[in-house]
Design a protein around this ligand. Structure first.
Ligand code: SF4
Length: 281
């Protein structure tokens, strides 16, 4: 890629989501951006990546959207907070990109995962892309923080094969401290998915000193077990791959020297979920 690429030269694909991408939609007028959000005909994407084995079943193509309402202290992709950091991509272009991988995805029992950022910031675009995936018989998964779940109708929930739901913490005050937002809508979405018997994988980011409180984890584990639709829990150990993004963006990163959780802590956390009757890895 050239040193100072124009928008047209920025590839839609990236090696991984840890590539820093900023200001890719700065020339899209606000009125056009609002129209895109209203119609879903265009979305704002950090990138597509391929070959993921950790974002749903099988081998996945992941579309990383830009835009997020949360401000997680441990976010590893803070360049996705601002929607206009993403590349403007039409549904047609995104569908064409996905089409390239359709046979491989089926062979490897994978599919399309839409992650972020928070995909439901652009729920109309997301649903159009999921419907296009289904037309190609590609499995669909939504990786979401859940806070905008009420943007999806019951009918739209049926189109999504799997929801990867992130629960950050149970305690409302801690949730506000960690993310800047309320936990209520997240838990309400989890309950709604359970009521509609939609398959869910829960994702729990384990951050030493922030999300390792055994009582808090026990409460989430109990909740997860009671829901009845959570097929597995993925305990995701905190890492520092996003630290350079915070520094490059001039953001105040308070976890500069924090080490990842120990194997023992990860295992203790998995054991807490297992004791509530759910598979945890
Ligand atoms: S929800 Fe995800 S993308 Fe948004 S701030 Fe938190 S970790 Fe980052």
């Amino acid at each position: 890629m050239p040193k100072n690429p124009t928008i047209e030269q920025v590839p839609i694909t990236a090696k991984n989501p840890f590539v820093l991408r900023v200001n890719l939609s700065q020339n899209v007028p606000d009125v056009e951006a609002r129209a895109a959000l209203a119609s879903g005909d265009m979305g704002f994407l950090h990138s597509f990546t391929t070959g993921s084995t950790v974002d749903g079943p099988g081998v996945r193509v992941v579309a990383w959207t830009s835009g997020c309402l949360f401000r997680c202290l441990y976010c590893h992709n803070p360049d996705t907070w601002n929607m206009k950091n993403g590349l403007p991509v039409t549904v047609e272009k995104a569908t064409d990109e996905l089409r390239k991988y359709r046979f491989g995805l089926k062979t490897m029992s994978g599919g399309l995962t839409i992650s972020g950022g928070e995909p439901l910031m652009q729920h109309r675009f997301v649903m159009k892309l999921f419907r296009a995936a289904h037309a190609m018989r590609i499995h669909t998964a939504l990786d979401t923080n859940g806070c905008l779940g009420d943007r999806l109708s019951d009918e739209e929930l049926e189109v999504i094969n799997l929801v990867l739901l992130d629960i950050k913490t149970w305690d409302p005050e801690r949730h506000r401290h960690l993310t800047g937002t309320d936990v209520g809508p997240v838990l309400a979405f989890a309950r709604r998915l359970a009521a509609r018997k939609r398959p869910v994988w829960l994702r729990y980011v384990l951050v030493p000193g922030l999300t390792d409180d055994p009582d808090d984890i026990a409460r989430i584990a109990q909740f997860t077990g009671e829901l009845g639709n959570v097929e597995r829990v993925d305990v995701l150990p905190f890492h520092q791959m996003g630290r350079y993004k915070w520094n490059e963006l001039g953001l105040n990163y308070t976890l500069q020297d924090l080490a990842p959780p120990s194997e023992e802590l990860v295992e203790r956390t998995c054991a807490q979920f297992r004791s509530a009757g759910v598979n945890a890895y």
